[in-house]
Design a protein around this ligand. Structure first.
Ligand code: NAP
Length: 343
């Protein structure tokens, strides 16, 4: 299916790279990218090399006359319009991936992704947002969402344009740990700590959004609420994000009091047999640094050497996640699933 992407940021570039290099996403064809301040030549450079992920191994060139990128032989139309109503989406595009971070709240007109459906001559049937939705937009996560099959089928078969959210990178790393622990042992209470890489939503020096990005600083995280929303559970949870200046690669720590007594072997067995087993990876080095996880496609890379159990019921689980490519890889599985229900 032909898709369009709004935005030219870190997640868009990860989408282009992962789709081009992974056979499992061959049904997703990016036909158009819409940006804002980015020139097509700058986007080409950013697709070739990323400060956080290194060389992409993509073959990228630009046709300046037709305003197209050519990525591994496939043409991608490039446009730059700021208002969704003004974007001329190619008529063959049926699914839009909204990756600006701007349009994800249908309760405010200035941020409403539904504005894309008002664009002239568009044939968009649906939108997947690369972030948690706000207002009435529901988030889904591949593997994790209970009733995914029924609900996505219902959403895509109404004939009306649909918009769904895809939660966040921290939620993607949290869910497989928390859901596995809760299903097997029951969680009495839980505290999430993430040590999160820098993103462009932070200020480079002290400013309106926060303190200098080179300082480690405390931020709220929406991942605890999003975890319960996606899982349709009500696990007592709270959490905090330490924002660091790391380029990509984030830590997660889940500190949970369980309803049952467990051993470290019980925990490892739980993860190895969980429904998320294919989305876990395991650190092969002692005390991995944040950079260890870059380019890793797992939802979370567990660090079993650092698991701690206190008084048999309190467990502290540590892991790493690539907030760019790990999240995007999992998001693409959701998009694949949505497309399979649209055709
Ligand atoms: N990076 C992560 O770790 C991560 C992980 C999971 C989810 N997400 C979510 O994914 C979304 C994108 O994140 P990102 O890190 O890729 O952000 P980013 O690097 O800041 O990129 C955002 C892009 O959207 C463009 N943009 C903003 N408003 C626009 C508009 N009105 N029209 C057209 N383009 C517009 C920006 O243009 P300019 O270049 O002109 O600023 C920029 O290219 C956010 O919602 C974020 O929360 C990010």
């Amino acid at each position: 299916m032909k898709v369009g992407i709004n935005g030219t940021g870190l997640i868009t570039r990860a989408l282009v790279k992962l789709i081009a290099l992974n056979e499992e996403f061959k049904d997703i064809e990016i036909a158009q990218i819409n940006g804002r301040s980015m020139t097509i030549d700058r986007l080409k450079d950013l697709l070739l090399y990323s400060s956080s992920q290194g060389h992409s191994n993509l073959d990228v060139s630009v046709n300046s006359n037709s305003k197209e990128l050519i990525v591994n032989g496939k043409k991608i139309k490039y446009t730059a319009d700021t208002k969704p109503e003004d974007i001329k989406w190619l008529p063959e595009i049926e699914l839009l991936i909204e990756a600006t971070g701007t349009f994800r709240d249908d309760s405010k007109n200035s941020k409403d992704p539904n504005r894309h459906f008002k664009a002239e001559n568009n044939n968009l049937k649906g939108i997947v947002i690369t972030a948690p939705g706000k207002g009435s937009i529901v988030d889904y996560m591949w593997v994790a969402s209970p009733d995914l099959e029924e609900e996505i089928t219902a959403v895509t078969s109404t004939g009306k344009p649909f918009v769904i959210g895809a939660a966040s990178c921290t939620t993607t790393a949290t869910i497989p740990i928390v859901d596995t622990l809760d299903d097997l042992f029951g969680i009495e209470s839980c505290y999430l700590t993430t040590v999160h890489a820098v993103t462009r939503s932070q200020d480079i020096l002290d400013g309106s959004k926060g303190w200098c990005a080179m300082d480690t600083q405390l931020h709220t995280t929406g991942a605890t609420k999003a975890t319960n929303k996606v899982l349709k559970k009500s696990i007592p949870m709270d959490g905090i994000a330490f924002r660091t200046s790391d380029k990509a690669g984030s830590f997660i720590q889940i500190d949970a009091v369980l309803n049952k007594e467990v051993t470290k072997e019980d925990l490892l067995e739980a993860f190895e047999n969980s429904k998320y087993k294919d989305s876990f990876a395991y650190s092969t080095v002692t005390n991995p640094p944040s950079s260890y996880v870059r380019g890793n496609k797992a939802m979370v890379v567990l660090i079993p050497d650092e698991f701690v159990i206190i008084n048999k019921k309190r467990v502290i689980i540590k892991g790493l996640y690539d907030n760019e490519e790990g999240y995007t890889h999992h998001l693409l599985h959701l998009i694949n699933f949505v497309i399979s229900k649209m055709t």
